[in-house]
Design a binder for this molecule. Sequence first.
Ligand code: G3P
Ligand code: MG
Length: 259
Amino acid sequence: MNIAIPEKAQQTVQKTIKTTAHRGASSLAPENTLAAFMKAAELGCDWIEIDVQLSLDKVPMVIHDRTVDRCSNGSGAVAELALSSLKQLDAGQWFGQAFTEERIPTLAETLCLAKKNNLKVNIELKLYPQDDVQVLCERISEVITESQCIDTQLLFSSFNAEALKRMQNLQPQIRRGQLWEKIPTDALANLKEIDAYSVHCDYRFLTERQAQQLKQSDYQLYCYTPNQPALVEQHWGWGVDMMITDKPQAYRAILAYAS
Ligand code: G3P
Ligand code: MG
């Protein structure tokens, strides 16, 4: 059955459906690898989200978990492995044979790829207990300065408000987003404190009232990690601006249908 969608409605859909590829296009390639970021670029995504923490020798690395166990053929904590050891690991085979030899990327390599492919990067400042907030922020800041990325191509996010505050000092021109699983009742005061640009929350816990309050205060509102568009149909109506998803291709399918 063919359904004619009026031009005005098509424009609304095009405008409304915005996605960030969570850990890259992580349903199509191993998360947080250059392969996943390239897939996101191929899908036409504007944004990727990456998780950054430090190696033993304080190099900003793109990896989510505290250890390398789940997403590589190695074992141990990222913070206890030097760059040279991390680079020996296969970070693709766990996902599929086609990705054998994929490596854990550095932040510098990722920003280089993003620049070449016109991708914007949401850098999540990932902190585990024992991690040093100041050192993480300083190292990331250095890499960003060296990368010569333009400010609007980057966005910091973190569950750790202190990390965002430090980034405000180190790279004040780069926007900051507060990550919360559930938005707290004193959200607005916290957001003011870090002069936030955006709020990134778990779509399952967001309420219409919270969304309205944040939008009335002019914050961008992003939700993670709805992997089926049907899960967040009502959220767009609440004013949510972007979905951070492992499956940006599922949202592209809606766009293709609507156009
Ligand atoms: O940025 C949204 C999301 O990445 C936050 O949670 O655990 O997937 O890094 P996590
Ligand atoms: Mg993340």
